[in-house]
Design a binder for this molecule. Sequence first.
Ligand SMILES: N[C@@H](CCC[C@H](N)C(=O)O)C(=O)O
Length: 273
Amino acid sequence: MDLVFYKMQGSGNDFILFDLNSVPVNISQMSAWAKKLCQRCFGVGADGLIFLEEVRNGEIDFKWHFYNADGTKAEMCGNGARCAAWLANYLGLAGKEQAFLTEAGVIHAEIVKENEVKVELTEPKDLKLDVKIFIDENDFNIHYVNTGVPHVVFFTENIKEIDVNKIGRRIRFHDYFSPSGSNVNFVQIVKKDFILLRTYERGVENETYACGTGAAASVYVGFALGLLNREVNVVTSGGEKLKIFLQGERIFLQGKTILVYKGFLNKKILENI
Ligand SMILES: N[C@@H](CCC[C@H](N)C(=O)O)C(=O)O
């Protein structure tokens, strides 16, 4: 059997996707596949790996299994959700408007244009504003919210000067967030409806070009603090634009979603894992 996979990116956050109808993988192997295949030189290379599992119960179209590049399972991924929704539609698993199950809850998605997908994230929870944490004798005033996965939000005047990997890693592994840790977002407000965003991602353990739930967390926190509007354009470090809309406690994320290629995996890659 050919191991068909799809390489996609959502605003520069990139993913490998498999349809479990054609590539049956045991759940106990999924993490190892992610760790191997997400490696940029020894594998395909990606920030995360997604398995789509068809579900026929009327309420949802499919269920996903999401893994970070280091093989850890994550409850949710905003850009991955946009890619999964697009692919599910492309493969006939779901229509243009669809619902699918993640560990964080049911995600509603809509293919709004040929290569543009809008998703409604799960309700934000655990908001904490103005938390002081100490790192190397410096104190940082940070904010926190879970938009499907945990996110720290830190506002800065000059995003270019931030050492995202160094400071991001220190905050991500800070005791305050133990044991799950957190993604860390650095935000520069340009206008009330326009921010620049750089994200250190848990599970990739690096800065990525974009993070959908991170964009959502940044706007949600910015709005709670009276710094941002309900509708905000977010430019991520890859230079792409994400749109966040808030409607009460509902958060919507919209942006470009591209199928980069469809490939056949060499089975040898999966030997000895
Ligand atoms: N890139 C994602 C978030 C993926 C999960 C994250 N790395 C975690 O483990 O919390 C997004 O677009 O939301």
